[in-house]
Design a protein around this ligand. Structure first.
Ligand code: FUL
Length: 748
């Protein structure tokens, strides 16, 4: 149920596809991004056609950016919500310290090449002084109504050499005309302002979420006209998500598919259009809803059933924080540099373009924590891909077409490439290094202006007289990154095991990523003592650590064996490779439980907090229920017995709970404390009934239920919290199981 709320977007349902490409021709090169499949085409012909679909010029330029940035900013930032409220008060909008240059610098320093701003989110509030609604920045106290954030950011981007794009939400909760044909005109007027007043626009992002407008009506969007307008005003811009050029990958996790095809079946089942297209007549567009969340979108099996094939590449959007908009409660949950690098490997490295959201705060600045994570990610990626260990290696291909030597793949020139004769679809390339090298990552790139072709590849090293496989993959596309445990070798072979036609490669490389430390176990709560191992993915790296929260360096303690802890500690560790390349510090908290605790009613495994000692580990949660500190009970009560170890005087008992009704989390209906000297016979000390249980409140709230006993001592305390059971009638999830979240019990 919680999922329903969390995966709120309507993207999956509203996918549309426009097929307006140039006609298909035999010859390769950019722009053949659509082909019709004729009824009588035999399978070999379908596969041959698929292998020759190529990106349009604008799609190719976009793909080469690799990393793009998203900025969610607006009235939601001030209301601390993800989606606009029914009533909005735009006089709250006043980011007094705004500095768009700081935003641009943060993204640029991270290697990001294009920024997309939420010019208007679903609430309808516009970050530019539009003529068409009063719900805009000129009617706020911000810069005395003279502000224009679209203008300022577009200029700052251009100055810094970054491209600029706009997010204009088709869904508009507050525009009166929403749900009528007049809204299409309103929307196009706004698009026209954005596409004519702010210089070159490189991406227009249309979200799929489509809720109700102020009159309870839904809109029938005139997509065709929107697209035509964009093509006319900004012909270089790609239209993303609910648009023909760029497809949503299907999740907001930052992780793409292991097999990611950019060539997909077209959506038209209209025979007339297909016939028209096979006569090489350009299509204006054909739309059908489709599910882009499927695991397999473009396999041979899928394309065999297609009426047409289109180049429709994946964009992978994810936020550096749990939410898209800034919320101070998420400050402790900024994705770490290693996590962001992992996302890079699994987005850009899986034939996608990464769209990374970093939201400015109420001041109008990106926080230091976000900036540090971006810098760390940039360091990890830059350091890894600095040296291709294959440069200078001897190279021999099983086959190569005249003029397309295998040497082209290590020449750092993306425009030169290797391929085989047209009839060959498997091949291998051997490399011989001057000396064995350590590496744990490989990069492959197809020359996509010729199409996407490779279906299966593997990597091998030479061991005596045989080849041993150490990595493998399926699709490559624009870029494929593969990671594997570090090896040290000097003879390597890349085998293309299956391809739709002659494979092409514009680059291939082997790399070594900076070392990364991990903990075993990873940040737990323990009872008496704990033993923590530090592991590193780089052989013979030195691991240095501290236990007091300070940053470790070469002068810190060198790790030689398991660290014994008998008190609460934070371990911060960094590894330095034998070549002197430093990783980044990582940390984990180890909390000593204050008491023993035994559960009588178990928490839900989806939200275990830090495990059995969550309630007595001293670690408090934030307003974000996913921060790892909260323990969840789904429709059930919570009950446990705390053992203080010996009989002690008790002056105060306190138990903390979270309310976050948007996520189906409610405060308990009642809380009860009982005490015992022997753990068998309990007597009730206090029962607190929560009069406000199930109340209608949307803002996350934390409440403690306290008892102040007088002249009481005991060894055992039984705690019981009663779940309200079902979501109350006013709630969208009325009748579904309610969650109850708790993080700590304190005994004083
Ligand atoms: C979603 C929207 O509903 C979110 O608020 C956010 O803008 C995200 C990028 O797309 O569908």
């Amino acid at each position: 149920m919680m999922k329903k709320i969390l995966s709120k977007s309507g993207k999956a349902l509203i996918f549309v596809l426009l097929m307006n490409s140039r006609f298909y021709s035999q010859q390769s090169g950019l722009g053949n991004n659509h082909v019709a499949i004729n009824q009588g085409d035999p399978p070999v012909e379908v596969i041959r056609k698929a292998a020759h679909v190529t990106p349009s010029k604008r799609q190719y330029e976009w793909q080469k950016l690799e990393m793009t940035g998203f900025i969610h900013f607006g009235i939601n930032t001030f209301d601390e919500v993800e989606w606009g409220k029914k009533e909005i008060d735009i006089s709250k909008f006043n980011p007094k310290e705004i500095n768009v240059k700081q935003w641009v610098k943060a993204f640029k320093d991270a290697g990001i090449k294009l920024l997309i701003l939420t010019a208007k989110h679903h609430d309808g509030f516009c970050l530019w002084p539009t003529k068409y609604t009063a719900l805009n920045i000129s009617r706020t106290p911000f810069q005395n109504g003279k502000g224009d954030i679209v203008g300022d950011l577009s200029k700052a981007c251009r100055k810094a050499g970054l491209k600029f794009g706009v997010y204009l939400s088709p869904w508009d909760m507050h525009e009166k005309s929403f749900g009528t044909p007049a809204y299409n005109r309103y929307f196009m007027n706004q698009l026209t302002e954005l596409l004519t007043n702010y210089g070159e626009i490189s991406e227009v992002w249309f979200d799929g979420a489509n809720g109700e407008g102020p009159n309870g009506k839904k809109q029938v969007y005139d997509w065709q006209s929107y697209y035509k307008l964009i093509r006319r005003l900004q012909p270089k811009a790609v239209i993303a998500v609910s648009g023909p050029d760029v497809r949503w990958v299907g999740t907001e996790s930052g992780y793409g598919r292991q097999t990611e095809w950019s060539v997909l079946p077209g959506s038209s089942t209209n025979e007339e259009e297909v016939a028209a297209n096979s006569q090489q007549k350009a299509l204006d567009g054909a739309f059908t809803p489709r599910n882009l969340m499927d695991e397999d979108l473009g396999s041979r099996q899928k394309i065999m059933k297609a009426h047409s094939l289109v180049w429709y590449p994946a964009e992978i959007d994810v936020s550096i924080r749990p939410g898209w908009f800034y919320n101070k409660n998420d400050d402790s949950m900024i994705k770490s540099p290693y996590k962001l690098a992992d996302i890079y490997y699994n987005s850009v490295g899986l034939n996608g373009v990464l769209l990374l959201n970093v939201p400015p705060d109420k001041r109008g600045l990106i926080t230091e924590g976000d900036v540090k994570s971006l810098q760390g990610m940039h360091y990890l990626i830059g350091q890894t891909f600095k040296n291709n260990l294959l440069e200078g290696a001897g190279i021999k291909a099983s086959s190569q077409k005249k003029g397309f030597s295998a040497k082209n793949i290590i020449d750092r020139k993306p425009e030169t490439y290797w391929t085989t004769d047209d009839t060959v679809s498997t091949a291998s390339i051997e490399f011989e290094l001057a000396a064995p090298q350590n590496f744990n990552c490989a990069m492959l790139q197809e020359n996509i202006p010729e199409g996407q072709r490779i279906e299966k590849f593997s990597l091998e090293y030479r061991d005596g007289d045989k080849w041993v496989q150490f990595a493998k993959g399926t699709t490559v596309g624009y870029k494929r990154l593969v990671r594997f445990p570090e090896i040290k070798e000097d003879r390597i072979r890349l085998v293309i095991e299956q391809s739709r036609t002659n494979p092409t490669l514009s680059s291939f490389g082997l790399y070594k990523a900076p070392p990364e430390v991990s903990f075993m176990p990873e940040g737990v709560t323990f009872k008496d003592t704990a033993s923590v191992k530090l592991l590193c993915d780089t052989k013979d790296a030195g691991i240095y650590y501290t236990t007091d929260g300070s940053q470790p360096d070469k002068s810190s303690r060198l790790y030689t064996g398991p660290i014994k802890l008998d008190r609460t500690a934070v371990i911060t560790a960094v590894a330095i490779s034998p070549e002197g390349v430093s990783g980044l510090p990582v940390k984990a908290g180890f909390n000593k439980a204050k008491y023993n605790i035994e559960y009588k009613a178990q928490y839900d495994s989806a939200y275990p907090g830090s495990g059995v000692y969550t309630l007595v580990d001293g670690a408090l949660g934030t307003y974000n229920f996913k921060d790892g500190k909260w323990q969840g009970f789904h429709g059930t009560d919570a009950e446990a017995v705390i053992d203080l170890g010996k009989i002690k005087p008790i002056r105060k008992l306190s138990w903390r709970f979270l309310e976050s009704t948007g996520s189906y989390i409610f405060l308990p209906g009642s809380v009860e404390y009982s005490i015992s000297d022997d753990g068998k016979e309990f007597r009730t000390l206090k029962a607190i009934v929560n009069d406000e249980a199930g109340r209608q409140d949307k803002i996350p709230f934390i409440k403690s239920f306290d008892a102040f006993p007088e002249n009481i001592q005991a060894r055992y305390i039984r705690i019981k919290a009663v779940n309200i059971g079902l979501c109350p009638p006013w709630h969208p999830g009325a009748g579904d199981k309610a969650w109850m979240f708790t993080d700590e019990v304190t005994v004083e």
